[in-house]
Design a protein around this ligand. Structure first.
Ligand code: SF4
Ligand code: SF4
Length: 287
């Protein structure tokens, strides 16, 4: 096999996405967590004022979509204050909250419902529509808890997207996305009476608790063809540590970006991290 060109050089041509990695804390301790999140993770969290400032700046620089992730955004103490502030802005962008779904109470679902008409999306992580397979990665009790969260959303008319991590590796384009999506849709409906909007499949990355467990196979051709579609080519992510190339990198201090006069657009940088190969091998992007 032809030797892979490393490091891979990517240039950010535009700034379409801004990811707020609000916290590294999480009520779960999933086996495949990219950041080894847990209830006691102390890598820090963004303050409300920091998020507000990043969002206003991102909107000024032309960002088209916002995401709030973690860790678990629902343990971030400023989530409801942030939403209240954001949805009083004169104009807003589509905003997606990525959550494990286990902490969505009826009150919280009611709060989300108030913003759905303004473009709020909810994305909930599930490893399977069966308890055994889901809990093999997300821990005992997590299946009933996520069903509880989806049920609360459904009761307020909200159908969430489901995010599924493809632990088997391989090019996502070769997966039968429609088949998996209809399995999730049908099983969650028939077994639990729950409704979802759709399914998004994302790659597994060999970092955090999955370090050393993912071995993407990638060709130079895949690298070349995906240089402009990897999310570091069109977005940034912020966490307590600063601004990073993407939401997967937010615990890699060496990858912190420095803003230039042109903002973050036009920056070229070298990717020398093995886990980046998952993006090129699978075509995965979080947005
Ligand atoms: S994968 Fe998500 S839900 Fe699981 S521990 Fe990490 S942040 Fe929490
Ligand atoms: S993990 Fe993917 S999106 Fe992030 S810097 Fe590496 S190649 Fe880019």
């Amino acid at each position: 096999m032809q030797e892979l060109i490393m490091p891979i050089k990517v240039t950010r041509k535009e700034l379409k996405e801004l990811w707020l990695h609000a916290t590294y804390r999480c009520n779960l301790t999933c086996k495949h967590c990219l950041f080894s999140c847990s209830p006691t993770n102390n890598l820090g969290e963004l303050t409300l004022a920091e998020c507000q400032s990043y969002v206003l700046k991102g909107m000024y620089q032309g960002v088209k979509a916002l995401y709030i992730t973690g860790g678990e955004p629902l343990v971030w103490p400023w989530l409801s204050d942030f939403l209240k502030w954001y949805y009083t802005l004169e104009s807003v962008l589509p905003l997606t909250i990525l959550t494990n779904g286990t902490l969505i109470t009826a009150d919280m679902a009611m709060m989300f419902q108030g913003y759905i008409g303004q473009g709020l999306n909810l994305r909930i992580s599930m490893e399977c529509y069966t308890k055994t397979n889901h809990e093999a990665f997300r821990g005992q009790g997590s299946f009933d808890q996520v069903l509880y969260g989806i049920r609360n959303l459904n009761n307020f008319g909200i159908r969430p997207m489901i995010a599924f991590v493809n632990k088997s590796g391989g090019d996502l384009c070769s997966l039968d996305q429609l088949k998996l999506e209809s399995e999730f849709r049908e099983k969650l409906k028939s077994d639990f009476g729950l409704e979802i909007k759709g399914l998004k499949i994302i790659a597994a990355y060999g970092k955090g608790r999955f370090a050393g467990l993912v071995h993407p196979v990638v060709s130079n051709e895949q690298v070349r063809s995906r240089l402009e579609t990897v999310q570091c080519a069109y977005g940034v992510a912020v966490s307590k540590g600063g601004v990073y190339p993407c939401p997967i990198m937010v615990d890699v201090p060496e990858s912190v970006l420095l803003e230039t006069k042109a903002g973050f657009v036009g920056q070229s940088f070298e990717l020398n991290y093995g886990f980046c190969l998952s993006c090129f091998a699978t075509g995965s992007c979080c947005g």
